[in-house]
Design a protein around this ligand. Sequence first.
Ligand code: TEU
Length: 558
Amino acid sequence: DGVREWWKEAVVYQVYPRSFYDSDGDGVGDLPGITAKVDYLDDLGVDVVWLCPVYESPNADNGYDISDYRAIMDEFGTMADWRALLDALHERDMRLLMDLVVNHTSDEHEWFQKSRRREEGYEEYYYWRNGDPDEPPNNWGSFMGGSAWSYDETRGQWYLHLFDEKQPDLNWRNPDVRADVASLVEWWLEKGIDGFRLDAINYISKPEGLPDGDPGRSPVGVEQFSHGPHIHEYLRELYERTFADYDVMTVAEMNDTSVELAREYLGESGDGLDMICHFEHMGVDTGPGGRWDPEGWGDWSLPEFKEIVSRWQRDLGEDGWNAQYLGNHDQPRIVSRFGDDQEYHAESAKLLATFLLTSRGTPFVYQGEEIGMSNAEFDSLADLDDPQTIGAIEDLLDAGAIDGYEDVREFVNYVSRDHARTPMQWDDTEHAGFTDGDPWFAVNDDYTEVNVADATADEDSIWHHYRRLVALRHDRDVLVYGVYELLCPDHEQLFAYTRTLDESRVLVVLNWSDESTSFESDDVDVVDPSVLISNYEDASTRDVRRTYRPYEAVVVDL
Ligand code: TEU
């Protein structure tokens, strides 16, 4: 519909509160810590903060297992601390996106406690099934490893959990569940937040009878519980009951989603959501068995990546809008995965930033990307925290596919979600200035070279490159609304594209490789080029058809 929207023009910064900044010395990041860093985020130029869950939680999945949606987790602070953060952001004309986790609750939520005791009105709040305590009701697997079913002795039945056993799935068929979810969404919207990121939302509708899944999929059953039969009805109803009445942004996290399917959820012609955070490009470097298949990880082809990205840039249509990202709290560090965290650390981190901030769709920057934070080293199982990584290893051990951690150490160090959870690196003092207590999770030992203090003091740093790119995107509508056109699609090293809006045309050339290569394309008539930004200082040349150095990235006004 081509309508201007604040959330289309925004750059989002994702904060994982547990690992951002600890203000009270207990080793865990907290809300006052984030408020203390709002000026830092304002200097970077970002417009929206996406706050990962801060609700009351036993932290089986670091807050994605909520036991009270209307209370703040003790370790993170109080509701007054949350309000102070919201006010600090709004005072600077920045906005706050909260994380809505309603495919499941914590098993310590009162709804589950009432449901397991068959209390009046709560019996059907979750998926309960009869069955022999040794025989789960179907073959579905959990994203956290093992079966998607656990047997509850209190109720004497199985209950479904697509994630950890402490994350029982809500039964969205139940109108009381949908009403309770709408009311908690309304409760937060009334507090003045600026939107929600909808967690794992494509799984909320399960097919009648919960039929067995294809044993070849990972996790088994994923094709059954993705985009179930009533998903559009549920999301449209939630939209009309809540989001439709506010000027807010909604971004749906949807794995296993094609661009055609995504369109059905977006805009007035869809279910009213604003954008989709899909995963198709996240599969470009995984093995045939999906993310947790230890074979085939690592190598990826730039032409395949370009094809996926371009399809989403092109085919979401006027009503659709992308959430552009390369990393988040569930993914490894982008400079290690998609760049080169050794020889071309700064150049490749700046190239990734250039892609993220000049493509079409709202850019999502994950905390630490702006200083080039990289993957850690997890030498043993004891170094890990993430239940998904640990569960995947346990599955491999149970299947006899491995004998021990050593057999998957390299794979885990490619793929673990834990890479994204090492504490934010503020300076080169002990624990990277994250805490003056004992950090809940080990700080990456590269903090003496990779930290905010050094980065903000060095005009040529990755951080300043992000800041300049954010400013450029704010200054040039063509980078937000411009039509995207891919050049030299088959080139193995170059990712080049144009953005065009009315008279304005911008060319982006990314040498996404560690070898020099030349850009000769005559698909673009270069009239009077001027380099707007580059990750090599001396790239002020006016010609664009030339040899590009390893990981050289330029943005040119044509
Ligand atoms: O992630 C959902 C999610 O991770 C699955 O869609 C994905 O397919 C799977 O993990 C394979 O990588 C959200 C949160 O981002 C994540 O941190 C939580 O663990 C999860 O939901 C449960 O709330």
